[in-house]
Design a binder for this molecule. Sequence first.
Ligand code: PLP
Length: 425
Amino acid sequence: MTFDSLSPDDLVSHERQLSNEFEQLKATGLQLDLTRGKPSPEQLSLSDGLDATFDGQYVVDGGTDVRNYGGLFGIREARRLGGELLGVHEDLVIAGGNASLTLMYQYLSNALFYGPLGPGTAWRDEGNPLRFICVVPGYDRHFTITESLGFEMVNVRMQDTGPDMDAIERHVREDPMIKGIWCVPKYQNPTGYTFSEDVVNRFAELGKIAGPHFRIMWDNAYVVHTLFGQGDPLANLMDACQKAGTADSVVILGSTSKITRAGSGIAFLACSSTNLSHFKQGLSVQTIGPDKVNQLRHVRFLRDGQGIEAHMQRHAEIVRPKFEAVLEHLVAGLEGIATWTRPNGGYFISVELPRGTAATVVQLSGEAGVKLTPAGSTFPYGKDPDDSNIRLAPTYPTLEEIHQAMPVFLTATKLAFARQRLEHS
Ligand code: PLP
């Protein structure tokens, strides 16, 4: 119901009815948290076999004892695993520590201060302000990294086949101070949409029209996180860039944070050998090498790409019903009032509420004991210009908790909308 058909009197009584429903929900005393996209304990338990993989065997193929120092780019076996995950040759992969966010920060700060291609290429020597394109709605922690490094952020809208490429091409062609772009190409955080082949091919051409040393931060965090059917195909950006002669323009990232354990998996960074050799210098100042013991147990547990795929099917069996439940509630409660994405995978559903209501909905839901991701957090500087986007994260709560939380969200939305209509009537 859009409320359009209601007379002013009917709207008043409808608002009253919704307020009563909302007070009843408040009285149930819920304490639920739908804020962050974390794996549930049940998902984490799928990887408990990680702890039983050593049996005194700590030496890997090349004779490396993983308990000792060394191996800046990680053990060969983990680099191979990362290569399979990200679709890149293992020689181009760094198997790092426990968080791809750290690798992103390290790559960008290295490019800023020391240059992506070494002396004479430092971004900070190009003047001020430097800019970075952010696909919106997007992942808040990406935006925090570029904000903390002093970049101005330029919003470009996500659509159902990828970001608005006309806008991206215009920005990079007209503004050489744009040094890069954040992307989550598969099951994007938060829309869950995947970039089309045409979009990937256009990304491969950006290096030709952008200013010096432009970098695409291709964060493939959800590359194997299919929930429904065959999943979405994603064209290989590194292959496309190699064909286009722009291989230096791409930095590919990923991790096993949402495959095995969040915060104690392996993070990966892949890029051209030229980029890699320059990044190596910065990295070697910061560490002697990553946690190879963790890398080895992951390799033994997941084995290879096929092992990862089988493991992810077990995740999907746990997560799929939760996505279905959220979608069923949205269809039953908000048809005609809001729109939302129906992703084939990933960790999120993105909801577009009536303009100007998202912050109120988050506040009302919080008052009724359902914590939602703060409105605006899917945008740089925490500012959603339309105050309309909400990210729902169905993985962590149980199904029962989802069935308790969603009526609160739906009623809060309808109430916020009814009050807005009353104010403007
Ligand atoms: N990238 C995206 C798009 C994410 O959504 C997340 C976690 O929510 C991360 C990266 C974090 O990855 P990591 O744990 O490897 O730092």
